[in-house]
Design a protein around this ligand. Sequence first.
Ligand SMILES: [Cu+2]
Length: 201
Amino acid sequence: MRKFALFLTLSLCLFQVTQAGNVRVRVQDGTGRSLTDAVVFLESAAAKSLVKSASGSEIAQVGKQFVPSVTVVPVGSLVQFPNRDTVRHHVYSFSPAKTFELKLYTGTAASPVFFDRPGIVVLGCNIHDHMTAWVVVVETPYYGKSTEAGEVTLANVAPGSYKLRAWHTSLPVGAAALEQSLTVGATDTAVVVVDLKGAKP
Ligand SMILES: [Cu+2]
């Protein structure tokens, strides 16, 4: 009986390991230069049903800057906006995906902001015009942000057909994430180069 149970467990592990692929993406501009902090994600109906909200993200205000400047969260996530400066900030967004404001405050804002719709949310500060940051809200568990080398690895992706989408802050204001189709196999690693024409490193 015990042997049987062990066998079952092992088979299940094996099943999980083999039924997922990895997607390695390199994001570059139209001339081949790497794009850092590009947001890359995979969309499909199946991916949408696997979304799990997250609550660990924060966008701090440090030295009159938002840190980090680009955040990607799954839909339904809460984000904290702690102020680590001694000056006050007034964080706001007029974006359709999330309109909100956190009035003049120092220290940790009273409550986190709930990002309940997919899209690109542009943040500003009413007091410091130069402060800007972005929250990309995605309907998928498969997402990431590119490194300095322009690389993102999306691990353990269920096999299937997806829309691979990519977005960078240097795209024209209001631009949606670019998309291309991608099929992910059960065990392989897909290597994709995304050319974000019009973006700048
Ligand atoms: Cu400010």
